[in-house]
Ligand binder design. Structure first.
Ligand SMILES: CC(C)(COP(=O)(O)OP(=O)(O)OC[C@H]1O[C@@H](n2cnc3c(N)ncnc32)[C@H](O)[C@@H]1OP(=O)(O)O)[C@@H](O)C(=O)NCCC(=O)NCCS
Length: 309
């Protein structure tokens, strides 16, 4: 008979916990070719956590290591939940995921309840069931798309738009204006402030040479920000953020800037281009499909409300 997992709640992780959970994350990343948790949340928790975090560690009798892990974060107006199950414990009928989510649901209810977002990488029927265990239903769908590099010359229909590297300390304000106008409707990419941008600029992967800026009349009018995932095998070159100022859209600039970003990545000998796009962003999806990108996998958000309890 399959055991029900014992779930430990923690506000702070001891070095032993961090070691054991890091091993679990590494095993899941290798099995799924996908990082199971948001890096920032995990690192914050490892570095001591704050009051608005909780870690849930799942144990099963007979196994000296955690069999699953979830983290719950209270945001400004909603809760974020993420979970990961040891690849060896993803057998039919195993309840680790459901047990972790049930505990997350109890914790959120005890803290006053609220709106909940659960992001699952490489989602499927199993994650649908786990989310349903606490009444969450599918929300946003994100495609991860990829294509081999370099791009075939016949796809380059016009000369690439001239771009320059982003200049830290000078371009921030103007870039933020364009980004926030183009992504006004977007829950995560819109409404960025200087602190958010500076935080990305200080990330180890940040490279201004890969942050291509296009100017029109001396003002930033579009950009293609790339990010190289050198640790991935094979290395992936991500189109991290791309946008065109709404005032100059539909002139072929989006296509040109995507190609310019891919060209930059090819020159760095990155063999695969990758990007994330909302399934509902039909303009962008059409653009990427036209450029030979295909869906590699789907990440799914599950959403719902938990009553106080
Ligand atoms: C997606 C985006 C970069 C496209 O830039 P753009 O300069 O308008 O696009 P292009 O002129 O190069 O057009 C590319 C294709 O998209 C299509 N397209 C562009 N705008 C469109 C619109 N409003 N409705 C339908 N299709 C549209 C065009 O038909 C074109 O295909 P075609 O070559 O067959 O005509 C731009 O719309 C944008 O910045 N959007 C907001 C930010 C965003 O969504 N970024 C992508 C996140 S993954």
């Amino acid at each position: 008979m399959l055991a029900v997992a014992r779930i430990e709640r923690k506000q702070h992780l001891e070095p032993d916990d961090v070691g054991a959970i890091s091993q679990l994350l590494a095993a899941a990343t290798a099995a799924d070719e996908h990082q199971p948790l948001d890096d920032h949340t995990w690192l914050d928790l490892v570095q001591g956590g704050r009051g608005d975090f909780a870690a849930l560690v799942a144990w099963e009798g007979g196994h000296p290591h955690p069999v699953g892990y979830a983290q719950v974060t209270r945001g400004a107006d909603s809760w974020a939940v993420e979970y990961v199950i040891d690849p060896h414990h993803r057998v039919p009928g195993n309840t680790v995921g459901v047990d972790l989510l049930a505990e997350a649901g109890r914790l959120i209810a005890q803290q006053g309840g609220g709106h909940v977002h659960l992001w699952v990488g490489r989602s499927g029927p199993q994650s649908d069931r786990v989310a349903a265990a606490i009444g969450l239903r599918p929300g946003r769908t994100l495609y991860q798309m990829r294509r081999r590099l370099p791009v075939e010359p016949e796809l380059v229909l016009a000369p690439l738009p001239p771009t320059r590297a982003f200049v830290p300390g000078r371009d921030e304000e103007e870039w933020l204006e364009v980004n926030n106008r183009a992504f006004e409707w977007h829950p995560e990419q819109g409404g960025w402030d200087l602190a958010t941008l500076k935080e990305r600029e200080s990330a180890p992967w940040f490279d201004p040479e890969g942050f291509l800026v296009y100017e029109d009349g001396g003002r930033i009018a579009g950009f293609c920000w790339t990010k190289v995932h050198a640790e991935h095998d094979p290395p992936l070159g991500e189109i991290y953020v791309i946008a065109v100022d709404p005032g100059v859209s539909r002139r072929g600039l989006g296509r040109g800037l995507t190609l310019a970003g891919l060209d930059h990545l090819s020159r760095k000998c990155v063999p695969v281009g990758m990007l994330y796009v909302d399934a509902g962003n039909l303009r962008a999806v059409k653009l990427y499909v036209d450029l030979g990108f295909v869906v590699n996998h789907i990440d799914q958000a599950y959403v719902g409300d938990i009553a106080p309890g």
